[in-house]
Design a protein around this ligand. Sequence first.
Ligand SMILES: CC(C)=CCC/C(C)=C/CC/C(C)=C/CC/C(C)=C/CC/C(C)=C/CC/C(C)=C/CC/C(C)=C/COP(=O)(O)OP(=O)(O)O
Ligand SMILES: O=P(O)(O)OC[C@@H](O)CO
Ligand SMILES: [Mg+2]
Length: 228
Amino acid sequence: MYEVAEWKHVFKLDPDKEISDENLEIICESGTDAIIVGGSDNVTMDNVLNLMSRIRRYLVPCVLEVSEIESIIPGFDLYFIPSVMNSMNTKWVMGLHHEAVKEYGEIMSWDELIVEGYCILNGDCKAAKLTEANTELSADDVMAYARMAEKMFHMPIFYLEYSGTYGDVNVVQAASSVLSSTKLFYGGGIETPEQAAEMAEFADVVVVGNVIYDDFQSALKTVKAVKP
Ligand SMILES: CC(C)=CCC/C(C)=C/CC/C(C)=C/CC/C(C)=C/CC/C(C)=C/CC/C(C)=C/CC/C(C)=C/COP(=O)(O)OP(=O)(O)O
Ligand SMILES: O=P(O)(O)OC[C@@H](O)CO
Ligand SMILES: [Mg+2]
């Protein structure tokens, strides 16, 4: 099922981290709606290809979240393209995208690309530092970005990114309250089924990442918490 609008739960696997074949099979067969391959460090063609070909043994949809133009390889079901709305450096909003489309626009499969309006809220995470994101935002600020993503830019996804830390459910609720067609993704610091369920009350899709590597059993339980 490549219908992102129907997803509720996804796992995000980091090509720079190790996962055993056994655990990868359990993740892929867990009932999650998709696997996103992505990270902010050492994402290379080699480690992306390796992880994609291992995930490809299973039926679960497999998405590359592009963070480096050099690591884009064919073979994924979809390509998520982040645009960091609260970056103070246009490179991360539209700059790299412009370069990529200028170079590859003729040969791109546009149907496979989905733009994510990113709003990064954990100032300590690598993505925030890299993209020079202004993370000092009120709920009103976040609601405005959410409205812009949907009403001005018609982005299919608005992604509240707290990567590495559990976020503020009131902010997620605020963003959710102004979105109708754009899907709200929440990611960051989910370590327990209870946290997954709490965020899923307002987010359309919860993204579970680091806990896969830190507490595998707990990561698995987040699927049922969101998709009983
Ligand atoms: C079929 C085929 C091969 C087609 C190719 C066609 C083609 C070339 C398409 C290109 C399309 C395009 C417009 C690409 C854009 C290029 C690009 C580089 C855009 C920039 C993306 C961006 C803003 C990246 C910033 C970093 C970011 C927001 C990453 C998101 C992921 C993230 C936060 C992961 C968490 O990382 P992690 O390492 O886990 O962090 P923690 O330490 O906190 O855990
Ligand atoms: O790794 P965690 O903190 O679960 O965050 C998930 C995802 O939003 C990271 O891009
Ligand atoms: Mg991570």
